[in-house]
Ligand binder design. Structure first.
Ligand SMILES: *Cc1c(COP(=O)(O)O)cnc(C)c1O
Length: 477
């Protein structure tokens, strides 16, 4: 492409994006394609001759668009919605144009130094001090993997050198998390040779918080049986219920038994930017590591996960491996970020954070998050006062769990069938998309606010869709 053509194509894509945001509310939020439908539309063979960008965009509209579930749609209220603000979108344009790889400081000093500086901004925003050092990974799953790898490294069992297989000199290792912890904890245990059966899932109380007594008993049991507890994962904002484990009390148990404490605040951690929500970070100063995802509730395009640790050197001991061709004269003066993780290559993700934090300002981010929490609490009040809806978990953040109960004597089967029907009806509206979870084998509906693109009126839309769906179901009966 010459400059002229590049410039025209760039305009075409920008206009497409603008138009997309203008009409997004008219598009059904959830894609209704059947499995395999998109694949069938595509050519089996790659084209021999190149196509123009306008040709591609028209194929995109015709064949790919219908397979999109629209995360930036204001009606996207499922899972934890990940949305991208304007500054984030524009920064990605620049990031791909530069295409920097910050594997070592020298391969683009700005990648390493802006990342360090953004980690300091972020710590300042959520009120953490300089004991913590931060790095960006792609996802919370990978951040938690690095936490567990560090917890394992800390034991000095020569696992790095000798591995785990075939060794009779190693104790079994175990890790602890609540029954509501994210599945990434177990995946890390699988990958790190700890084993899925050595993940102790601690029961939670009626507010879905990890039970401290049970945690202590399980740790002591393991020690008695010659098993070595290496890490507790406390969750602030669990995936199912957005509940909060008692971090401070867990931290003192970890201290007593010399166990690594990792705080998984992937979704909810950003809320600590609000002075009135600062209490959620109680005990974080006693953690060894913390993960928070800007790509969840800080309007950052996928992907961007912040990992903070007090034990930078242990992380480095776990992963640093420097081949001759990557040695530089600055190695004693700088951090080479490849030394702090599994990956070599490193995208310029810090630029997204710089754009977003600078463009919205801390106060802009605070205002959005404060609104989301307020709207979620108002929505929860509506649920509480509704004849047929019941609030299932306390609402601390922007996620509301509820159930549709028409008769207090309903069996579990009836409750599940009714809630499944309501969920399907709500999601077939095209106007909103919500998700579900389970408690004691019962289906629970789950609505999350937290999109950059949501306004208060979108919560009213959600209420209307839910109300009309309930009326529809009751009529059928
Ligand atoms: C979403 C989530 C994760 C996983 O996040 P990824 O970035 O997709 O890996 C982990 N823990 C919690 C609490 C989450 O909400």
């Amino acid at each position: 492409m010459d400059y002229q053509e590049f410039s025209e194509n760039q305009k075409i894509i920008s206009d497409w994006i603008l138009n997309y945001f203008k009409k997004i509310e008219e598009i059904p939020v959830l894609s209704d394609v059947k499995p395999g439908e998109i694949k069938k539309l595509l050519n089996k063979q790659p084209p021999q001759k190149g196509k123009t960008i306008p040709e591609l965009l028209s194929e995109f509209d015709n064949f790919l668009f219908k397979g999109i579930t629209h995360w930036n749609h204001p009606g996207f209220m499922a899972y934890f919605n990940s949305t991208s603000c304007e500054a984030g979108i524009l920064s990605e344009f620049l990031i791909s144009a530069l295409n920097l790889n910050g594997m070592i400081w020298k391969t683009s000093p700005v990648v390493t130094e802006l990342e360090e500086s953004m980690m300091n901004w972020f710590k300042e925003m959520i009120g953490l001090d300089d004991q913590f050092w931060g790095i960006i990974y792609d996802t919370a799953s990978i951040s938690t993997f690095h936490a567990l790898a560090s917890a394992r490294e800390q034991l000095n069992l020569e696992i790095r050198e000798k591995g785990v297989s075939g060794r009779t000199d190693l104790p079994k290792l175990s890790i602890f998390c609540s029954e509501n912890a994210h599945s990434s904890v177990e995946k890390s245990a699988i990958a790190l040779g700890i084993g899925q059966e050595n993940v102790r899932k601690i029961i939670a109380n009626e507010n879905f918080e990890m039970d401290l007594n049970e945690l202590r008993v399980k740790i002591e049991d393991d020690i008695k049986n010659g098993i070595k507890p290496i890490c507790v994962i406390a969750t602030v904002g669990t995936t199912s219920f957005a509940s909060i484990d008692p971090v401070k009390e867990i931290a003192s148990l970890c201290k007593q038994f010399n166990i690594w404490l990792h705080v998984d605040a992937a979704y909810a951690g950003v809320a600590a930017v609000l002075p009135e929500m600062k209490w959620i970070s109680d005990g974080w100063e006693d953690a060894d590591s913390i993960v928070i995802n800007p790509h969840k509730w800080m309007f950052t395009p996928m992907d961007c996960s912040i990992f903070l640790t007090k034990k930078k050197n242990i992380l480095k001991n776990a992963f640093s491996l420097i081949p001759e061709y990557l040695r530089t004269q600055q190695d004693d003066e700088v951090d080479n970020l490849m030394d702090y993780g599994l990956q070599l290559g490193r995208r310029f993700r810090a630029l997204k954070l710089w754009f977003i934090i600078s463009n919205l300002g801390v106060s802009g981010i605070q205002e959005k998050i404060r609104n989301h929490i307020t709207w979620a609490k108002e929505f929860a009040d509506w649920i509480t006062n509704h004849k047929y809806l019941k609030l299932v978990a306390p609402v601390h953040f922007s996620t509301v769990c509820f159930q549709f109960i028409t008769d207090s004597n309903s069996s579990i089967e009836e409750i599940n069938s009714n809630n499944q029907k309501l969920l399907d009806l709500i999601n077939s509206s095209g106007k909103i998309f919500i998700s579900h979870t389970k408690v004691k084998n019962q289906i629970v509906l789950r609505l999350t606010i937290g999109s950059y693109w949501q306004e208060k009126r979108h919560i009213e839309v959600a209420k209307n869709v839910i109300e009309n769906s309930i009326i529809g179901l009751l009529k059928k009966d």
